[in-house]
Design a protein around this ligand. Sequence first.
Ligand SMILES: [Fe+2]
Length: 484
Amino acid sequence: MSTATMIDHAPYLERAFELEVAEGDERLAGVAGEIPPFVRGTCYVNGPARFRRGELRYRHWLDGDGMVAALTFDGDGVRFRNRFVRSRKLTAEEEAGRPLFRTFGTAFPGDRLMRGIGLESPVNVSVFPFGDVLLAFGEQGLPWALDPHTLETLGEHTFGGRLNLISPFSAHPSFDPESGEMVNFGVSFAGRSPSLTLYRVSAAGELLQRRRLPLELPASMHDFGLSRRYAVFYLSPYLLAVEKLLRDGATVMEALHWRPELGSRLLVVRRDDFELQASIPIGRRYCLHHVNSFEEDGRLHVDVVELERPVYGEYQVIPELFTDAPRGRPVRLVIDLERWRLCDRHELPYDAAPDFPAIDPRRAGRPYRHLWLLGISHAGEPGRKFFDQLVHLDWRHPERRDVYQAPAGSYLASEPAFAGDPSAAEGGVVIVKRFDAARVHDDYLLFDARDVASGPIATLPLRRAVPAGFHATFAAGTAGRSTS
Ligand SMILES: [Fe+2]
């Protein structure tokens, strides 16, 4: 056994992947602390929740079938509900009583792809309210519509039949906080040359625009930035050898290759007609998640979490996660909109494998100061680890360090979700789930968004622990009201 495998910075982490997950509905009891009265609405989280089917044990965190959880603050208290997304993959495998489809990181003899051209999505990455429904997203492919109250799966969402199951569609749509418009993208790897497809959908759900742009490289991309006038793509040279997936039986993980010598670029596309404006070289780092983008004084600010290399290799082999978690930082790339050149670059000083950045969604595409993200305290050391820090950063005061450290053996198990205080610009709470692995116990934690270091202002215990989630969103109002 190597030294690296003997050091364990995440004791009992395996328990997060071995939970017997039951769907349920409970009213929370034993809430400690105070929930500010402006917190009304539902915190939705999507994440992979089933890591075994039959004899098959999945290898990669992205492999599990998606489960959506809803934590609803309804004035009478707090309610928790969780349901699997009844995707095509889940229903077919339940019917068969065995695994059928290859996943992001797990292949097996006789496994299938979706129509032979890509993965059948486990719909396990993100969830957003849109119109009358809740949309649950997987890494690529159309979202699935859920009832926002009951979380019942309604079906694959085709935007009125305008998109179909081979339309590439990312798990990171962006929403304009004023118009409610959705902009999204997808990358196609099959066919003669790779391409980037962009979509604009009205708040009413009508597909307003679709455009396909050629890509020089088959670069995988997970997220993008949206300002008032531009869509921005951080193209890292993390290339998908699609023939390995389609012909050789490889997993996506095995077909991805990091080629830093090819360099990273920022593609800037005009938002109203999807015309390419610029392709700007920006070094050789990797970006999984954007933070925000906005224009100010003739400059486009593109804020991302920049990592020294891709992180997907750290999501395996369950439960030995993040053994070599890459360092990274929140970075602001400033583009001169006249010369279309990178004219400035600012870094925030937190580098402990940051990820899952969140902002006040009211500031999406607009100038803003504050962001929240998760970090791993032992980043840079050997041995498995998991997220155990909630970090609040302020672009105006980069030196300020506002960090909540979870107790030893506890992990932060969902993206921070921001619930805004209507009476305070950028004021509000952030909501994060904490998994106590020793006790196999979950609490949702509420923090004063401007002071996370002081610890939670409210602790909301669940009766039963549920698996870690990926992306979270807070929907203010009554969308998630309880119905029973
Ligand atoms: Fe993501």
